[in-house]
Structures are given as C-alpha cells and as structure tokens.
Design a protein around this ligand. Structure first.
Ligand SMILES: C[S@+](CC[C@H](N)C(=O)[O-])C[C@H]1O[C@@H](n2cnc3c(N)ncnc32)[C@H](O)[C@@H]1O
Length: 339
C-alpha cells in the first residue's frame, strides 16, 4: 500500500477479440498459469474464482478479471500496473488465432495520483503507453477526460477500434461503472473483519455479502466474495452471461466503493441495481459512467439516485467511434456537499 493510503479507484480495461472460426470457449481455453503470468506483470493475484457456461470470473488481490470466449475485462486498483497486461493478453489471444478488434480503457480520478507507478503517472502517460502498445489495426482512436462539476471526479476514457462501431454494432448490452467516495462510516465498519473470528477470506466475505445487503442487489446472481484482512471486500456476481462486481476500501479518510454491471436494452433492472448498490454504502459522492446505453437508461439511473437522497450535480456526454456514447453523471449526498 502507498504510504498515503490505499488507492480504491480502479483502472479498467476491456479487450474485444475476433476470429474467423471462434471455438465455443475461445479465450476460456487459456490455461490458468498463463493468466497468472499476465497478472504477475500487473502485480496482482487471484484470490477466488467462479464460472458458469458463459464466462470465467476471478476475484483478484486488487479487483477482478472476467474472461469470455472473445472478451477480457480486467479492473485493478491500488498501485497495480494494469496497462502492462495489454501486450501479454494480445499475444496470448494470438496463440488461439484470436485478434484484437477493440480496446477500451477507463478510470476515475485517483485519490493519490502521486503514488501511481508508470505508465499510470498521468492520463497523458497512459495514452502514450497505449498508443505505443496496441497494433496499428486499431486505428479509430480517441482519448478524452470527461469533466464534472466535482473537481475530484473526472472520467478518463481511451478507446481504439479496428473499425468505427466495431465493438458495439450488434451489441445490445451496455456497461455501468459506479464510483463512490466518502462512505458512511457506520456502513463502512461492516467491511472490517472481527479479530479472531475463526473465519477465512471466503467465509468472512460471505458473511459481509449477507449482512450488508449486497446479496440482495441481484438476487439471481451467484456470488464469489472475499474479505481482506483487516478490512476490504471484493465480489463478483454471475447471472447468465452478465457479470457484476463490487470492491470496497472502507478505511476512513480514503473510503471508496465501486459497483459495476452489464445491462441490456431489452430489460430495465440496472437502474434499480445501481440504486440498491449505492444504498449499501451511503456515499458522500457518486459518479456513474454508462457506456453504450440510451438516454432513457441514464435518466432512470439519475431519477433513482435522486429518490435515495442524492443530488445530481452534472451530466456530461462524449462519443467514441470504437466504444459508443459515454454518459458521465455525478451526484452528492444531501447529507453534505463536497466540491
Ligand atoms: C482489494 S480491496 C478492494 C479494491 C477496490 N478497488 C476498492 O478499493 O474498492 C482493497 C481493500 O482491501 C484492503 N486490503 C487488505 N489486504 C489487502 C491485500 N493483500 N491486497 C489488496 N488490498 C488489501 C485495502 O486496504 C483496501 O481496504
């Protein structure tokens, strides 16, 4: 951990691959040892895993990894070097005759930016690194920092694709990334372990899932959870072909929690899930970045947040040829106002 405190804000990478003849399991064919070697470059490890017929999910020492037949999603926090996984993942996929067709990198604003190692020393450094480490075939590129009215919350996006709209052309799903800071202190305490409780990371995590209400956010999801010692919590939820994930840094002074899930334009349970997830933490500030959803989904998220006492502070939109529309909303709790 950095001397200042633990950096909760995750870096997130989504890599989409394609192949002339994709086997039914595609990237899921990669052996665990190869994945561990990539994670070694990033500087994190697997602490727990869960899979179904659609994808594999891993809880990491710093956040999560999801492996689908043609897609990898990895988010890591702390001082991990996430972008060092780009080339190794592309090379591993090539061994299965899969080639990369799009990449999306997103993150919020670090609480402790000065503690980040290269290439995460600044967004500019990250963009230079990405431009130098992805193939020329990903020629539709754009980097943007989406601002908000809260100086502590901006949304950093880099997207690259082999064709305009290649990633989302026939995709009916969208992604919601929620970042929460200044968590309610009483609720945060639930993410601290009890000394000598005789539990391990898995059983303590299971108990946290139950007592905090996280298990009720999507009652259909199977959950893989882990409690860190002395505090901290991570979970992956799997529901058919959709994942959800929560990570919690409960320490006072730099408390942070994130919720991420996938929605479909054909159903409308995501705004309700976002509302339930935010209620678990009672945060002072919340940002919600929605990628590839329509206005009505964003409006329902906005209204849901206002219903639970959050005041909408900003709503910004940016367009990415390779990723679609990104809507970035911020909120503050009516219990306090943080600039
Ligand atoms: C990995 S978890 C969740 C990460 C997530 N991005 C977040 O901050 O919400 C981080 C929390 O676990 C705690 N923790 C305890 N042991 C840890 C370990 N070995 N590796 C990473 N975090 C650990 C940290 O202090 C922090 O509170």
């Amino acid at each position: 951990m950095a001397v200042s405190g633990f950096e909760g804000f995750e870096k997130r990478l989504e890599l989409q691959f394609s192949c002339d003849q994709v086997s039914s399991i595609g990237l899921r064919e990669l052996d665990f040892k190869s994945l561990e070697q990539v994670l070694h470059h990033v500087q994190c490890t697997v602490v727990s895993a869960l899979a179904n017929q659609h994808f594999d999910s891993y809880v990491l020492s710093e956040s999560s990894l999801f492996v689908y037949p043609t897609k990898i999603i990895i988010k890591t926090c702390g001082t991990t070097q996430l972008l060092k996984s780009v080339q190794p993942f592309i090379r591993l996929a090539q061994t299965l005759h899969l080639h990369i067709v799009s990449l999306r990198y997103t993150r919020g604003s670090f609480i402790f930016p000065e503690s980040q190692p290269h290439p995460h020393t600044s967004f500019n450094d990250e963009v230079v690194f990405l431009n130098n480490n992805i193939p020329q075939t990903l020629c539709y590129r754009k980097a943007s920092v989406i601002p908000s009215k809260l100086s502590s919350h901006s949304w950093h996006v880099f997207s690259a694709g082999a064709g305009a709209g290649v990633e989302y052309s026939d995709d009916v799903t969208y992604t919601v990334e929620v970042c929460m800071t200044d968590l309610d202190k009483t609720l945060s305490r639930k993410f601290f372990r009890h000394p000598n409780d005789g539990k391990n990371g898995d059983s303590a995590g299971k108990q946290m899932t139950e007592v905090t209400g996280i298990g009720c956010i999507n009652p259909n999801a199977k959950i893989c959870d882990f409690a860190f010692d002395p505090c901290g919590y991570s979970m992956n939820g799997i529901d058919g072909d959709r994942y959800s994930t929560i990570h919690v840094t409960p320490e006072d002074g730099f408390s942070y929690a994130s919720f991420e899930c996938v929605g479909s334009i054909y159903d409308d349970d995501v705004p309700e899930m976002v509302k339930k997830a935010v209620k678990v933490f009672g945060p002072g500030t919340v940002s919600v970045a929605t990628t590839g959803a329509g206005d009505d989904v964003c409006m329902r998220i906005f209204k849901g947040m206002e219903k639970i006492g959050m005041k909408g502070r900003s709503w910004s939109i940016d367009e990415f040829l390779a990723a679609g529309t990104v809507v970035f909303q911020t909120f503050t709790s009516r219990r306090n106002r943080i600039q």
